[in-house]
Design a protein around this ligand. Structure first.
Ligand code: NZQ
Ligand code: ZN
Length: 390
């Protein structure tokens, strides 16, 4: 392990098909007025909303509702949530939904007590809340697997007016105090979103794995997570109601992005930078945006990252290496990734998710570039990757 780090993850998890039973106990830790954030109605249709509201009411909580948190939450909706939280003087926030609702809830929690321009401070300038700034506690009841938002400080917000999507990773203070992960809740997720979530998980692991060449325990953990995801995803796409597969996917998602496997690593995240900009332009599911540019990106990274791509081929995809050169082994690994993506039913081009050639200058401009992973991409490289992905 290279580097120096500290590790502390303050989020308490409850996992399993009976995990909602623990909400009652958790409620003792929080004040009476709760801001209940949820999305565009799935939790009402599948009954999760009723279950949660009944538990909150039984515990005597005052519920301040904030429905309509959209997929890829917007800055405008963030302003609305902050206003509602301030007007109702809420004590804490409960997120009921997927990554978008969890991200959004943390964003509101960070912004309520900041008196200046919170968009400018936290997302454009990437600063943390000042020491001593009050922050609302957040709890999550997760209904969709993918982002890892349930156990991290990430908050991705879209400025729809300027077609710009940007994430900010807050420090420990914004990590959820608790998250309830019931795999059964994910059984009603539309197939398209399940597949997008599966690739989001895979790519989170790859973003951390494809950097550095040292022998690092984090990479062994990553390989195990990828192997579990590949097995579970193959079962889930054939039978989305398979609880065992869906539970493994949910648990893998959490560990893919709760900071553990990034320890001691430089990390990459350029596929996400391109994917976020692509998302702002196309409004496609986050995981689809990542999938659509991945092949072009990793083909570029293959040469400078050759030893790691060889390891990926052998340890993740079981490529048999007899008589093959390193380049051939690495290529075979990428080909296996592509075949798996096709098997899952993921888009491999950006035109499939609604991007046009006219959008490319805008998508390029909205992509934040920095030296990362095995590459140091500039705007022209992003344009080439996008054109290759058309
Ligand atoms: O709006 P509702 O009704 O809730 O419907 C949602 C939404 O339409 C639906 N859904 C969720 N659970 C469901 C369900 N439908 C039926 N049954 C259920 N149980 O699925 C749709 C997608 O939900 P969303 O929360 O948008 O998906 P996801 O979890 O993929 O979150 C995406 C957001 O997270 C950000 C993305 O950029 C995007 O904005 N990310 C957050 C990260 C983090 N915090 O670290 C990292 C990621 O890389 C990512 O960038
Ligand atoms: Zn992601």
């Amino acid at each position: 392990m290279q580097g120096n780090f500290s590790y502390h993850n303050p989020t308490k998890l409850y996992f399993g098909d009976e995990s909602l039973n623990f909400l009652k106990d958790e409620l003792k830790n929080f004040g009476p007025a709760v801001l209940l954030n949820y999305g565009s109605g799935s939790v009402k249709r599948n009954g999760i909303y009723d279950e949660v509201v009944a538990i909150l009411k039984e515990a005597g909580k005052t519920i301040v509702e904030n429905p309509g948190v959209m997929s890829n939450p917007t800055l405008e909706k963030l302003h609305e949530g902050v206003r509602i939280a301030r007007e109702n003087n809420v004590d804490w926030i409960l997120a009921l939904g997927g990554g978008s609702v969890c991200d959004y809830s943390k964003a509101v929690a960070a912004s309520v007590f900041y008196e200046g321009d919170f968009w400018d401070k936290f997302w454009l300038r990437q600063e943390q809340p000042d020491e001593g700034q009050k922050i609302l506690p957040v709890g999550c009841i997760l209904t969709m697997a993918g982002t890892g938002s349930e156990m991290n400080g990430g908050t991705v917000i879209t400025d729809a007016e300027h077609t710009f999507k940007v994430g900010h990773v807050f420090d420990d203070r914004l990590m959820p105090k608790f998250s309830i992960l019931n795999p059964k809740f994910t059984l009603t997720v539309p197939d398209e979103q399940m597949k997008a979530g599966i690739y989001d998980i895979m790519n989170h692991i790859m973003e951390q794995y494809f950097s550095d060449f040292d022998d690092n325990t984090s990479d062994y953990l990553s390989e195990g997570l990828m192997r579990s995801l590949i097995v579970a995803s193959r079962i889930a796409v054939k039978n989305p109601q398979d609880y065992e597969a869906r539970s493994n996917i949910m648990w893998t998602a959490t560990w893919a992005l709760n900071t553990l496997i990034g320890l001691g690593k430089q990390q990459d995240w350029m596929v996400h930078m391109i994917g976020h900009s692509l998302g702002a332009w196309t409004h496609a599911p986050h995981g689809y945006c990542l999938a659509a540019v991945s092949m072009a990106y990793y083909r570029r990274a293959l040469k400078p990252g050759l030893p790691k791509f060889v390891r990926f081929a052998k340890n993740v995809w079981n490529i048999q290496v007899g008589g093959m050169t390193d380049e051939q082994i690495a290529e075979a690994g990428l080909q296996a990734l592509k075949c798996w993506m096709q098997e899952v039913g993921l888009p491999l081009t950006i035109s499939e998710i609604g991007a046009t050639e006219e959008m490319i200058p805008g998508i390029t401009q909205g992509t934040i570039c920095y030296p990362a992973g095995y590459l140091d991409l500039k705007g022209d490289d992003i344009t080439e990757i996008l054109l290759e992905s058309m």
